[in-house]
Design a protein around this ligand. Structure first.
Ligand SMILES: Nc1ncnc2c1ncn2[C@@H]1O[C@H](COP(=O)(O)OP(=O)(O)OP(=O)(O)O)[C@@H](O)[C@H]1O
Ligand SMILES: [Mg+2]
Length: 389
């Protein structure tokens, strides 16, 4: 393929922080970005050419987006796969990843079934629709993570259930139609950002260790502090997952390392992922640039590590709601080893992802101590606050 600059215009459904970082990454390459999002002045708006304000499933808005661009992608699972496929066909604009992949992934139960059918290792899971059914599963599994089949994120839609007596309330909380998964006492969580490009080429980024609290990602560490055998197994599982998925782009593959050193797939995101934000500073090519390269069918950039990196998410305080002003920023800006990313959200809400910072080691022995990098990232992050001085 012969590539000329200025490059094509890319249409992105969704325009949160992922769209913003995508826009930041590809402006340099002469790729113009137009986004579709229902929220005026959403995070991506200031860094892209234009925003169409409309719902993800508004046919007029999606068709308008398709009319105005040379290629389509999405940065949110709430994109409408059928509508994307239809607009893509009608306006003769390719959409990547394949909307059929998005459709499979949108339903956690369908996703798990598809993975299991493909022979990919996953935790034990089962569909549940009644409180009695859930009670039996809780007894059988000895505790489950109950998950809404659709629409959950950042742990919303997930309820741990240990006691069969809590079944009815838990099912109510997730809205009835759910999947129950064995509750894993895992060794650690890890993730692989996988990349699928033109002609079926696949690449993976170094395995990332992820630390969640209240089911929300707090920190990611690259490379993961796992044994070589576990890292190799994670890479192998990720390659199998990429093989099984249709469509070009970045995929965030969330994994569990069990106490026995097994690797199981938790879930897949058909887009750049919070566990891969460290790639902006820590890898040769960021996940955002590579997502766009893959979607456009351009040559992929190298995924090698340039420095060990730890990303710490900046979340809204648990009891804070209102207009967002982040304080303590000067400390992070003055730090020679940290990069700050602000998502531009107007309001802070409890545990809302407002930004992140990444600390990179300089390759020296002390800096490559990932425990020390993690402490450093936490210390810098914890110095930031949304509270009044
Ligand atoms: N079967 C399980 N056993 C134990 N903990 C689990 C299980 N499933 C999920 N969790 C915990 O909850 C977190 C969130 O779960 P999951 O990835 O299913 O939810 P999500 O809301 O879709 O997440 P995301 O923040 O990635 O959108 C996991 O990262 C993990 O810490
Ligand atoms: Mg998850």
């Amino acid at each position: 393929m012969s590539i000329t600059l200025p490059g094509p215009t890319l249409g992105v459904v969704g325009a949160g922080q992922l769209g913003r970082m995508m826009g930041e990454a590809v402006a340099r390459l002469g790729v113009e970005v137009v986004v579709l999002d229902p929220t005026p002045d959403c995070p991506a708006a200031p860094v892209v050419s234009d925003q169409i304000v409309g719902d993800f499933d508004d046919p007029d808005a999606v068709h308008e987006l398709a009319r105005r661009v040379d290629a389509l992608t999405f940065e949110i699972e709430l994109a409408d796969p059928e509508l994307l496929a239809e607009a893509s066909a009608e306006h003769d604009v390719p959409v990547q990843p394949d909307p059929a992949t998005l459709e499979t992934i949108q339903d956690k139960l369908v996703q798990k079934e598809a993975l299991a059918d493909a022979g990919i290792p996953v935790p034990e899971f089962v569909a549940v629709a009644t409180a009695e059914g859930l009670e039996r599963v809780v007894e059988e599994f000895g505790g489950v993570m109950l998950k809404a089949r659709e629409g959950g994120y950042d742990g919303r839609g997930n309820v741990p259930v240990e006691d069969p007596a809590d079944a009815a309330a838990a099912l109510d909380e997730v809205g009835g139609n759910a999947m129950a998964e064995e509750f894993l006492d895992f060794e650690r969580e890890i993730a692989v950002m996988g990349l699928k490009g033109a002609d079926g080429e696949t690449r993976t980024y170094p395995v990332t260790e992820t630390i969640h609290r209240e089911e929300i990602l707090r920190e990611s560490i690259a490379p993961a502090r796992a044994d070589d055998a576990v890292v190799a197994e994670a890479e192998s599982v990720a390659r199998d997952v990429l093989e099984f998925l249709d469509g070009r782009g970045v995929y965030g593959i969330e994994l569990f390392e069990t106490r026995e050193g097994e690797v199981l797939v938790n879930e897949i995101a058909p887009r750049p992922h919070n566990s891969g934000h460290w790639t902006i500073e820590g890898a040769r090519t960021s996940q955002f640039e590579n997502h766009v390269r893959a979607v456009l069918g351009w040559p992929l950039g190298p995924t090698d590590l340039v420095a060990p990196a730890v990303t710490a998410n900046v979340l809204g305080d648990v009891d804070e709601t209102g207009s967002a002003t982040l304080r303590g920023v000067e400390e992070v800006l003055a730090a020679p080893d940290a990069d700050l990313h602000w998502y531009g959200k107007e309001d802070v809400r409890p545990l809302r992802k407002m930004g992140h910072l990444t600390v990179t080691g300089d390759g020296g022995e002390a800096a490559a101590d990932r425990g020390a990098l993690l402490s450093r990232a936490r210390e810098l992050r914890d110095g930031l606050t949304f509270r009044d001085a």
